[in-house]
Design a protein. Structure first.
Length: 284
């Protein structure tokens, strides 16, 4: 847990870590969202009480919207998804593991709120797993919008103090889709796999085809366990795309724009309809 200098004005930030590239037919998307509070968090710098009493009664969508939780709810994470997408789970993974999935309360169409209790000056990491529809190669969508809401002490509706975007784009470049974001890899126990994949892709980029094949084949072995079948299939395609004559991955540079930190930017004017449909509820 990180500590920061206090001020009278609480500030929150939300930073999304993920690889937005999915292969054809891909429907599983993992992201790690780092939420940071400074300036006293939700308690104004007072000691943070135990969250047990705040969240013990939060159980499911039948309990109504999180706006009714009251000021003791502290900080609430609101996750909106477009039509066809859904949240598989939302778990706090740092500083201490805690599953928030069962705390979800419906807050609108395709929107759910997760109370997290009061905050001090600190950072917390959340693993968000999404199931998304496959709109076809070359398509991009806003897969989820995570908003950080701060409860009002007077019982008024909580206000949005930070947001993070989770994007998805479907590509036929296996080298782009097989990458694992370091933060996601760390919190899913796949750091070694992510590092070996990156070394293999870097070797191909630098023209060392022999090392590229060696590293990527090692990665395929590491990904051979249960739950990593899709990664293993992608790695097999990447190994097949290594051109030993030129020392490159044939499709390696197809989607450089997709690998930008798009989660930190606002949606552009060419966003698909699913993004617009989700945005219309932002201020409710």
């Amino acid at each position: 847990m990180a500590n920061f200098a206090k001020s009278r004005v609480p500030r929150f930030t939300a930073e999304v870590h993920h690889n937005p590239c999915l292969p054809e037919g891909g429907q599983a998307l993992h992201a790690v969202v780092t939420v940071t509070a400074t300036g006293g968090g939700s308690t104004g710098g007072r000691p943070v009480p135990r969250p047990d009493a705040v969240v013990s009664g939060a159980a499911g969508p039948e309990h109504g919207p999180a706006d009714a939780l009251g000021p003791d709810a502290g900080v609430v994470l609101r996750v909106r998804t477009p039509l066809g997408a859904e949240v598989g789970f939302l778990r706090q993974v740092a500083p201490a593991p805690e599953d928030l999935t069962g705390r979800r309360r419906a807050s609108g169409p395709r929107s759910g709120d997760y109370p997290t209790g009061p905050w001090g000056d600190e950072s917390r990491d959340y693993h968000l797993f999404l199931r998304v529809p496959d709109p076809g190669l070359g398509r991009e969508m806003l897969a989820a919008r995570l908003s950080v809401l701060l409860s009002a002490p007077d019982g008024a509706a909580p206000r949005v103090v930070a947001q993070g975007l989770v994007r998805a784009v479907w590509t036929d470049d296996p080298a782009a889709a097989v990458r694992i974001d370091p933060q996601v890899a760390h919190h899913t126990g796949r750091s070694e796999l992510a590092q070996v994949i990156q070394r293999g892709l870097d070797a191909a980029k630098w023209g060392d085809a022999a090392r590229a094949v060696r590293e990527l084949r090692r990665a395929a072995r590491l990904a051979g366990g249960p739950g990593s079948e899709d990664t293993a299939k992608l790695l097999a395609k990447v190994v097949g795309d290594v051109d030993t004559a030129t020392g490159t991955v044939r499709q390696a540079a197809k989607a450089p724009e997709v690998e930008r930190e798009s989660s930190r930017t606002a949606p552009d004017t060419h966003s698909p309809p699913v993004e617009t449909a989700m945005n219309e509820h932002d201020h409710h």
